[in-house]
Each structure stands twice: as structure tokens, then as C-alpha cells.
Design a protein around this ligand. Structure first.
Ligand code: ADP
Length: 861
């Protein structure tokens, strides 16, 4: 029960789950993978967008800063060039008076030197107010000055510088890089970074040469720009965590960068800054190339040990380039942060989706369980019903469950159970009937007397099947006669009377009665209303008294109707039902054979008695004839032998010429008489022997007989009978041949007969007597040890098709020409003698090769 439930339920469960879960899982999988893809896309695109934006911003910043410095430096340049123009202009004017403003005269000012360069000093001094004015209006400038080619005179915007120079003298401005570069360039230049002699800080100078009206060099105007100022400015730009700005000059030296200081360099030493163009990184070198080429852009390269973005833009005014370095992480980090946030929210979504999937799967599982239960419950009910029916509760019915296929099954089950119940009841009834039938038929089979059987059949029908009256009709020739009838106890007389009445005028088989119909059709007939039935015999109508009755055919061998059984419910007056008829029909079919068997037995018994009597008489007659024949033979033989002996004796006397000499013709005649006489005597002796044996007068004198000496003796005798020297006689008996139980004279006779036949039918060759042992089944059924003697010759042999006859009386196989004179009785006598000894005799022979006669004799115990 459990196993069934689990199997069906499991199957339904599995079915529903296997139908619903895969799509669910597929949808779930789609959702989850979609989420993952969305996450990746969002992160990637978000990151890209943010990075692009950051990159763009950084590049923009770099461009803006460069632009700013470009404007600033251009402005500075213009101011410096303005001052230079003024100086040129002043050079064409008359020399002014000297003022008290302090100026520098190389290598160091002293009154004598100042005096000697008096016009130049005055020229320089008149520039000081302009220099001061420019400085005041431009905070980027540290100091402004003009240096003259003649005398290395130098005037400053700030006179304090002279004091400073005094502390580091000697100092000649014409040796300074800014001077040399401007002079050599012939136009405004920006110097490389150098250490300012005045402040000791890193500085660059915007210097421009001043020419006189004839184009001669007067000197150089220079304004110092402290790079630290630019540096401070650049530092204020917020370009993110770890980011900074730098500036490259025209050769790739870093001139501005956080923490760039000139601390270790003296003012008169050239400042050696890091040159990025000399970097080991090819990536960096190529980037620096672009910067020096006044390009702008942004690139991601490995810089100072980490992946960084470098944005760059040119400052056209000075030929420098602004660079901004930001670690790549700092750019990507916000994007990564956004990605992480997206990821987190998607994780949440994934968890929710997974939970949803699990919940739905569980819901489907529970729903499937309920569904499978709803399927299996009615099936279980059915199963219960089937089990109940199987265990014999045939009245089990199941309640209807609804309108589905299973309820149809329930209905079918109920119908089946009902059918089964009625069938079983029917079967039981049949079984009962069969048992009754079997009992009755067994009972009847035991009856061998025909009259008793015929009497018992209607009685048995009444007693066993509940009929009140039964009549048994049997077919006799062309009529149907009442064999017996049973009308119930106490009504025997009526039954006998009825039989007498009907048999007085037996029903004809070709007549128009119901009984004749039954015989002809071989079918049962129920007569419901005898009075009004045209084919019911009047006598029967009277007996039936208006009540229904049934008549069934009795079948014998080969489906032949041998009689009719008629039965009714006279007392209970019940109507005959079809099942009554079928029951009776079955009985009739069984009883038919029984009747026929007993009839046969009856006839057979009669015949056997008759035949036995006949045989006995015949036997007596035969025995008498036999005895007479034997007696006659014995008598006649005796009577014949006396004269024959006389004939042989006298003819011998004649031949021996005891009665005087004989003429040759006489002699021949006498010999013929003698020979025929002897043959006749032999014939008579043999006939006599046979007759004696047949008459049962063969008395054997049994004893232990040693065969070897016997054989030797017979062979010796036979030796004398051999007609020519072409046949030899041999004896080949085993030394240990056991003695046999036999009559020695008769064995001698057997051997003599067989050997004389061998001699008779052998022209040349050998005749051998041999022996061996074998077991034979004796008359008592047990194995018996026998000595088998073989007489083998190399004579003319016997055709195979005649070998079986030669042991019969008077049989001679070979034609007259071949066969020697013989009686045809020898082998017949031999066979009888051997068989009288409980032995067998047989022959094996092939024509022209020879014959072997063998016979067996029992070994003496
Ligand atoms: P018979 O007196 O004619 O010899 P038997 O009964 O002894 O009568 O033999 C019957 C016949 O069996 C013989 O006539 C002969 O044809 C055949 N027969 C018997 N012995 C031999 C033998 N050794 N070889 C061939 N034929 C034989």
C-alpha cells in the first residue's frame, strides 16, 4: 500500500515538478544572469562615462591653466618690451643728469667707476621710475632692471638689490644667462630656471634686448618672475587626491612642481632640474615630445611608479607646457564607487529574486503534493477495493468520487465486482453440480450389472437432482423403450405400470412424439403445457398431469443418441427451469458412456464365456488327436522297425556274401536295399523321436556333463563318416569350460545331428566345434550363465531369407541336387531338445561361405 502510494505519488509529483520547475529555473536563471549582465554593463558604462568626464575635466583644466599663463606671460612680455622701447627712446635723447639712485657698475660700484661711466649711469638711473612702476602694478614680478652693455651698469626697481649684490660681488650682469640669452636671441626671451642671486629662490627672467637708433645693442631689460609664485598658484588648483600640476620649459626641464626647491644650488651655479625628456620611460618621453611640440591632450601612462593620467597644454608665450598629473585610481575611483553601489543594489535584487524563486518553487512543490494526493486518493480507494475483491470480499463496492476518469474507473470496478460476484456464484453452483455429477457418475460406474445400472439411473436423478419422477428410455432398433423409471419411494408400482404401458406399444423413433424429437435433434426439450402440446404422447400426458417436464438426450460413443431421460417435479409442481435442463443434460451425457460400457461389458462377458468353452472343446479335441497320432506313430514305427531291421540284416548278409557269391547286378540291388532300408530306419527313428517329444514323452536324465570328452567322442565317430580327405574336423574348446546341466545322450544326439549336417553340406574346408560363456535371461526372469556351443562349417551355407524356417519340421532348404539325402527333421528335433534343456538355438550363415549353428546349455550348479 505504502509502496504503491509512494510510487504513484512520487511519479505525479515528479511529473508536475519536472514540468514546472525547469521553466521557473530558466526564468530565474534569465533574471539572475540579466541582473549580472546589467550590473556589468552599468559598472562598465558608468565607469567609462565617469572616467571620460574626469579625463575631459582634467584636460580642460590643463588647457585653462596654460591659457591663463599664456595670457599672463604675454602681458609680462609686452610690459617688458614696453620698458625696452622706452629705453630705446630715451637713448636717443640727450643724456640727463645723474641722480642719487643707486646703480650697479661691474664688477662692483665705486665712485671712480661711476664717474667714468657717468652718462651710462645717468641713462640707467632715468629708467628706475618706470621699472618701479611696472613692478608695483604686477604682483608676479619680483624685480625689474636694465643692464647696459657699456660698463655692466645695472639699475633696479628696488635699490636694495644693489646691497645684496655687494654681498656677493664681484658681479657682472653681462655674464648672466638672461643677458647672454636675450643678446643672442635679439628678441624677448624667457630664461631657463635659475637661482635668483637676490632671493636665492628659483626664478625665470623675461629679458629683451634694447637697441639704439643705429641698431647697436644698448643693453637688456629684464624682469624676474619668481617661479615659486607660479608654483603657489598652481598648487591652489584642486585636481584631486594625489594630483598636482607641473610645468616644463622648452627643453623638457621641470620648472614648476610642488616641493621643487633650489636649496642646494648657489645663485651663480646653473640650476639642474629634472629633465623629463631624459626619462627612462619611452611612454613618458613620447608624451614630453608632444608637450615640447606645443600639443595639448591627456594620456594614461605609468608615471612615478603608478598608473597616472597626464593632461598637458602649451603656453605659447614662453614655449613652456603645463602638465597635470592625477593617479588613474583617483579618476576611476568615483566610477568604481558608483559601480560598487550598483553592485550592492543588484546583490539585493538578486537575493530578493532568489528568495522569490525559492518561494515559488516551494509553492509549486506543495501544490504538486496536494494535486498528487488528490490523484492518488481515489486510486488508493480503488486499490483497496481491488484488494478486498481479491481477498474474497466480492460484495465490496466503492463510493463514486466525482466525474473524472477515475470515477469512471470506480463505476467500472463496481460493475466488474458485481459481475464477478454473480460469476463466482454461478461457478460455485456449477462446481456443486459437477461434484454431484461426479459423485453420481462414480457411484454408477461401480455398477457392472446392466439391469442394476438401468434401475439406479432414474433413482439417482430423483435423489441427487431433486426431481420427483424420472423415466429412462433406451433406443432399441427403431423404437424407444422404457428401460426403467423412478416415481419416488412407495410409487414403484406406478413406475412399473408406466413402463409396461409404454413398452406395450413402444415409441417409434420416426414418430411425432417429443421423445422422438429429442432423439433426432439431440437437444433437450422442456414441455411446459403437456395437455396442449401436440407432440406429447397421450400416455405421457396422463402421467404428466399437466405439469411441465424436461426430456434430454443420452449420448453414447461418437455423439450417437442412445436414449432419453425424462424428469419432472410432480410433487412440488415446480416449473422446469433451463438450468434444470442443463443439469440433467450434463448428467445424461455422462451416463450415456457408462450405460454403453456396461452393455459392452455385459456382451463381452457373454462372448468370453462362449469362446472359452469353444476353445476348451477344441483343445480337448486336438489333444486327443495328438495323442492318437503319437500313439499311432509309436505303434507304426515299432511295427515298421521290426521288418526293416530284418530287411537291413538280410541284405547285409547278402552283401557280405554269407549266402554265397553275388552277381554284380545282384550285389548292386542288395546294396540299394540295404541303403534304403537304413534311411527308412533313420527316418522312422527320427519321426518316432519327434512324436515322442511332441507327445510329452521326452524325459531328460539331467546331470553334470563335461562337454569336452563328449565332443571328442562324437567327433571321433564323425571322423569315420567323412567321405573325402578334403574336410577336417576340429575341436576348439576352452580348457576351463564348465560342466553343463544336461542329458548326456541327448547332447550327444544334438552334436551328432549338427555335425552330420555340417559334414553333409561341406565339400571342403574345416568343421570346428568351439564354445564360450554368456548370460541369458532364464524362464524365471533372472540372468543365467550358459555355455554356448558353436558348430562352424565352410559349406554351402543357407540363404538369409530361409534361415528362420530351418528349425521347422520337414523343411529342406536346398534343392535335390545339392542336398544330401535327409528327412528335414534333424534340426526340428535338435531345437526341441535344446529348448527342453532351457537353452536356445540359432544359426548364422551366408551362402558359399559356411554356417555356424550355436546352442546354449545351462551351466551346472
Ligand atoms: P535334413 O535331414 O534334410 O538334413 P535337417 O532338419 O537336419 O534335415 O536340415 C534341414 C535343412 O537345413 C537341410 O535340408 C539343409 O537344407 C539345411 N541345413 C542344415 N544344416 C546345414 C548346414 N550345416 N549347411 C547348409 N545347410 C544346412
Amino acid at each position: 500500500m505504502h509502496r504503491f502510494r509512494s510510487r504513484i505519488q512520487q511519479k505525479i509529483l515528479l511529473l508536475i515538478l519536472s514540468l514546472s520547475l525547469p521553466p521557473l529555473m530558466f526564468v530565474g536563471w534569465l533574471g539572475l544572469t540579466g541582473l549580472a549582465r546589467a550590473h556589468d554593463t552599468a559598472v562598465e558604462e558608468g565607469t567609462n562615462a565617469l572616467r571620460n568626464q574626469a579625463e575631459e575635466t582634467l584636460a580642460q583644466r590643463a588647457r585653462e591653466r596654460a591659457q591663463f599663463y599664456n595670457v599672463t606671460l604675454t602681458a609680462i612680455q609686452q610690459q617688458v618690451e614696453g620698458v625696452a622701447s622706452y629705453a630705446t627712446y630715451q637713448a636717443s635723447k640727450p643724456v640727463p643728469d645723474r641722480t642719487a639712485d643707486r646703480v650697479w657698475v661691474a664688477p662692483a660700484p665705486n665712485p671712480a667707476l661711476i664717474e667714468s661711466y657717468s652718462p651710462q649711469v645717468a641713462y640707467a638711473q632715468q629708467m628706475i621710475p618706470l621699472l618701479q612702476s611696472v613692478i608695483t602694478h604686477n604682483t608676479l614680478f619680483n624685480v625689474g632692471y636694465i643692464a647696459l652693455d657699456q660698463g655692466g651698469i645695472m639699475a633696479f626697481s628696488d635699490a636694495g638689490v644693489v646691497d645684496k649684490l655687494l654681498s656677493i660681488q664681484p658681479f657682472d650682469p653681462r655674464q648672466r644667462p638672461w643677458y647672454i640669452q636675450a643678446r643672442e636671441a635679439g628678441h624677448t626671451i624667457w630664461t631657463d630656471a635659475y637661482v635668483d642671486a637676490n632671493t636665492g629662490a628659483l626664478a625665470t627672467t623675461c629679458a629683451t634686448p634694447v637697441y639704439g637708433s643705429q641698431g647697436q645693442l644698448i643693453g637688456v631689460v629684464g624682469f624676474d618672475l619668481l617661479l615659486s609664485t607660479v608654483q603657489e598658484d598652481l598648487l591652489t588648483i584642486d585636481i584631486g587626491q594625489g594630483g598636482y600640476a607641473f610645468m616644463l620649459n622648452t627643453v623638457g626641464d621641470v620648472i614648476v612642481r610642488p616641493n621643487l626647491s633650489a636649496a642646494n644650488t648657489n645663485w651663480d651655479e646653473p640650476f639642474q632640474s629634472e629633465n623629463l625628456h631624459a626619462s627612462a620611460s619611452a611612454e613618458l618621453r613620447s608624451l614630453v615630445d608632444k608637450m615640447l611640440d606645443h600639443q595639448s591632450g591627456i594620456e594614461q601612462i605609468e608615471y612615478e611608479g603608478q598608473l597616472s593620467y597626464i593632461a598637458y597644454a602649451p603656453i605659447h608665450a614662453s614655449g613652456w607646457s603645463v602638465g597635470m598629473v592625477v593617479p588613474a585610481d583617483a579618476i576611476i575611483q568615483p566610477a568604481l564607487n558608483t559601480g560598487q553601489r550598483i553592485g550592492e543594489s543588484q546583490d539585493r535584487l538578486r537575493r530578493q529574486l532568489t528568495l522569490l524563486l525559492v518561494v515559488v518553487a516551494l509553492a509549486i512543490g506543495v501544490a504538486s503534493l496536494f494535486m498528487s494526493l488528490s490523484f492518488t486518493r481515489p486510486i488508493r480507494a480503488l486499490q483497496y477495493g481491488v484488494r478486498a475483491v481479491a481477498s474474497g470480499k466480492l460484495d465490496e463496492r466503492l463510493p463514486s468520487t466525482g466525474r473524472d476518469e477515475i470515477s469512471e474507473l470506480v463505476t467500472a470496478f463496481n460493475t466488474m465486482a458485481a459481475a464477478l460476484e454473480s460469476k463466482v456464484a454461478e461457478l460455485e453452483m456449477h462446481a456443486q453440480q459437477l461434484a454431484t455429477l461426479n459423485n453420481v457418475s462414480n457411484e454408477l460406474k461401480g455398477i457392472l450389472d446392466l439391469d442394476t445400472l438401468l434401475q439406479r439411473i432414474p433413482e439417482a436423478v430423483c435423489v441427487r437432482f431433486g426431481f420427483d419422477r424420472t423415466v429412462l428410455y433406451l433406443v432399441e432398433g427403431t423404437h424407444l423403450r422404457v428401460a426403467s423409471a423412478s416415481f419416488g419411494i412407495g410409487n414403484e408400482h406406478q413406475a412399473t405400470h408406466f413402463a409396461q404401458v409404454v413398452n406395450a406399444d413402444p415409441l417409434r423413433l420416426d414418430g411425432g412424439t417429443v421423445e422422438a424429437d429429442v432423439v433426432r435433434s439431440g437437444k433437450a426439450i422442456i414441455v411446459d403445457d403437456p395437455w396442449n402440446h401436440p407432440r406429447v404422447d397421450q400416455r405421457k400426458q396422463v402421467i404428466a398431469g399437466g405439469h411441465s417436464y424436461v426430456q434430454v438426450p443420452i449420448f453414447g460413443r461418437e455423439e450417437q443418441v442412445i436414449g432419453v431421460l425424462s424428469a419432472d417435479y410432480h410433487l412440488s409442481q415446480r416449473r422446469i427451469q433451463p438450468q434444470d435442463a442443463s443439469q440433467l443434460l450434463m448428467f445424461a451425457s455422462m451416463v450415456g458412456l457408462t450405460i454403453q460400457n456396461v452393455q459392452l461389458y455385459h456382451n463381452l462377458e457373454h462372448q468370453v464365456a462362449q469362446r472359452t468353452e469353444e476353445l476348451r472343446a477344441a483343445l480337448e479335441k486336438a489333444q486327443l488327436a495328438d495323442r492318437r497320432k503319437s500313439d499311432f506313430l509309436t505303434g507304426i514305427s515299432h511295427e515298421l522297425r521290426t521288418p526293416l531291421n530284418a530287411i537291413i540284416g538280410f541284405s547285409t548278409v547278402l552283401i557280405d556274401e554269407l549266402d554265397g557269391p553275388l552277381a554284380p547286378m545282384q550285389r548292386e540291388d542288395a546294396q540299394s536295399i540295404n541303403r534304403n532300408g537304413r534311411f527308412l530306419l533313420h527316418l522312422i527313428n527320427e519321426l518316432l523321436d519327434l512324436a515322442r517329444i511332441e507327445a510329452g514323452h521326452l524325459d531328460l536324465d539331467l546331470g553334470r556333463v563335461d562337454l569336452a570328452p563328449l565332443v571328442s567322442e562324437v567327433l571321433d565317430t564323425m571322423q569315420g563318416l567323412l567321405r573325402s580327405g578334403q574336410v577336417s574336423l576340429n575341436q576348439n574348446l576352452p580348457a576351463d569350460l564348465p560342466a553343463v546341466c544336461a542329458d548326456a545322450d541327448r547332447i550327444r544326439q544334438i552334436l551328432f545331428n549338427l555335425l552330420s549336417n555340417a559334414v553333409k553340406f561341406t565339400e571342403r574346408g574345416t568343421i570346428t566345434v568351439s564354445a564360450n560363456l554368456r548370460d541369458e535371461i532364464g524362464p524365471d526372469g533372472n540372468a543365467q550363465s550358459m555355455v554356448v556351443m558353436h558348430i562352424r562349417d565352410t559349406g554351402i551355407g543357407i540363404p538369409a531369407n530361409r534361415q528362420h524356417e530351418i528349425f521347422e519340421e520337414f523343411v529342406q532348404v536346398h534343392d535335390k541336387r545339392l542336398r544330401r539325402r535327409g528327412t528335414g527333421l534333424g534340426l526340428a528335433i535338435v531345437r526341441r531338445l535344446v529348448e527342453a534343456h532351457q537353452g536356445h538355438i540359432w544359426v548364422e550363415s551366408s551362402p558359399n561361405e559356411g554356417s555356424t549353428f550355436s546352442f546354449s546349455l545351462p551351466i551346472a550348479r
